[in-house]
Write a protein that binds this ligand. Structure first.
Ligand SMILES: [Zn+2]
Length: 86
């Protein structure tokens, strides 16, 4: 089961992180940081989950200040770096 977090950056727009079985991924309609997308360059499960979540408004919104982004990305990038192939 995946869940979607929307990070609303105060005054600077938003981005989405899809939390899946293989960790957290920064996902857009055209891009995902997961290994599957980077290998196949085709729509991955996170992009599908994100599209459905946006359509149904099924995501949690977290408000962050622009200066907090380095913490968010440190967390997200750490998850990606330590993701192990299954
Ligand atoms: Zn993905």
């Amino acid at each position: 089961m995946s869940s979607v977090k929307c990070y609303a950056v105060n005054g600077r727009g938003r981005f989405f992180i899809v939390v899946g079985s293989s960790g957290d991924h920064i996902t857009t309609g055209h891009f995902c940081t997961c290994a599957d997308f980077n290998f196949r360059k085709k729509e991955c499960v996170h992009m599908k989950v994100l599209r459905e979540a946006i359509e149904l408004k099924l995501y949690d919104t977290v408000s962050v200040e622009p200066e907090e982004l380095s913490q968010v990305f440190k967390y997200a990038v750490r998850e990606i770096i330590f993701e192990q192939p299954r």
